[in-house]
Design a protein around this ligand. Sequence first.
Ligand SMILES: [Zn+2]
Length: 147
Amino acid sequence: MDWETVQLTDKRRRRSVTRVTDALIGFQHGRCLICAQPITPGDSTAVDHVFPYSLMQRFGNVSGWDGPDLDVIWNLAPAHQACNSAKSDRLPTPEELHRLAQRNEAIMHSPHPLRKTLQLSLRSMRHSSNPPEHWPHFLRQVQTACD
Ligand SMILES: [Zn+2]
């Protein structure tokens, strides 16, 4: 997602993007998903694709990628700008996946409207012979799709 362009070109969208980002930071206990240190108001932040968006291209095209859409809330996490730049296109660490699973579970157990978005993502896994019930399970299945 071209977050910058979204923010510059659409003021109404910018407000909602900011609200979503703020909500996600709240569910991350105010911390960067990558380094787990607090995000303070003066910090430059970015929205990290925890599983890198480039995975969908690496598999040739979107239909070659066997996992779920990576450009949606379950996979998006506010982080320090510097941490996000250093991470680049690498796969997430077990610690990052643990924090992401905890954050997504926290949203699902809250009354926040984002819980609906996450419920839809959980149900969207294509290989539904073993549909994921919880976020750690979901994320393990996405990891499998990376192999
Ligand atoms: Zn950080």
